[in-house]
Write a protein that binds this ligand. Structure first.
Ligand code: ENP
Length: 266
């Protein structure tokens, strides 16, 4: 009936499993949490309701139960870089983007919705954003984004995609609409933007140009100290793992290789 994908099969097992994995193994510093209780609060936001009338505030109890601190200098915001961010953050070891928080781990890569007068999930289809903005998934990410932005402190990192068709900084999007406006000025020391182009991809946007310039100016107007870096080396090295000999990856391929067979015998 709806155009979007239905609820992910085995959602309950996935989410409760992820929750205990998060609090026991990934980030034990969050302390004790009752993952079953958090799951019940998550479900309560959208079960037995019109799937087009779910508001961010419906997730309030869920958010309160799953909240934990975000260490300073660990926040990583992004647009159009989901898989790169997932690898680079290394499940909180390097950075802690929203998807590496307990709240984010309830939604990352998953889909869910319910239906009116029915206590189950709709596994067949869910409304997408075009059908209705107030759907269960969209409202979840809205309140998660607001909460995450409010908690972020120290140096704030932003990873954008300089090859994205709609611009590296979509002026309408979670980052622009729900995160930037919720930054806490007095807790943020500076902001660093990384604009990563696809390897071999077009360089559509970069620091000081196009939509990145719009973001830089917006943040400067808000009084932030901004640094912008095109193709930040550390992330570029990760992107280049799969393109060792590509000219965009000369930073890796120009290093003398000591791999057996590539070095001429003395
Ligand atoms: P997209 O469209 O590149 O990727 C959406 C995918 O990322 C979905 O699989 C979604 O899970 C997952 N995801 C992880 N974190 C977020 C998130 N935080 N969010 C929406 N989806 C998220 O990403 P978007 O839509 O542009 O969102 C990027 C935003 O995430 C940025 O604001 C960044 O700072 C933030 P699912 O459950 O939908 O399959 C907030 C909104 O972290």
């Amino acid at each position: 009936k709806w155009k979007g994908e239905g609820t992910t099969s085995n959602l309950e097992s996935i989410v409760i499993g992820r929750c205990y994995e998060y609090i026991r193994i990934v980030n034990p510093s969050v302390g004790e949490k009752n993952c079953t209780e958090i799951w019940e609060a998550f479900k309560k936001a959208f079960i037995n309701k019109d799937p087009c009338n779910i508001l961010p505030s419906d997730y309030e109890l869920f958010i309160n139960l799953s909240l934990h601190t975000i260490p300073p200098n660990k926040s990583l915001f992004w647009e159009n870089n989901h898989l790169l961010v997932t690898s680079y953050s290394d499940r909180t070891r390097r950075y802690m983007p929203l998807c590496d928080t307990l709240i984010g781990s309830f939604g990352d890569f998953l889909n869910w919705c319910g239906q009116a007068n029915d206590t189950g999930f709709n596994y067949d289809s869910c409304p997408n954003t075009e059908e209705c903005e107030n759907n269960a998934v969209e409202s979840f990410w809205k309140i998660a984004s607001i909460t995450y932005a409010k908690q972020s402190s120290g140096v704030i990192y932003i990873m954008l995609n300089g090859s994205a068709i709609g611009g590296a900084y979509p002026v309408k999007g979670f980052f622009a609409d729900y995160e930037v406006p919720n930054f806490q000025k007095d807790r943020i020391s500076r902001i660093e933007i990384w604009v990563m182009d696809d390897i071999g991809g077009p360089d559509l946007d970069s620091c000081g140009r196009g939509s990145v310039q719009i973001l830089e100016e917006r943040l400067k107007t808000m009084g932030y100290d901004i640094t912008c870096i095109d193709n930040y080396k550390s992330v570029l090295l990760l992107k280049c793992l799969d393109y060792l000999n590509h000219s965009d990856c000369s930073i890796v391929s120009s290093a003398p290789s000591t791999q057996r067979g590539l070095v001429s015998p003395a």
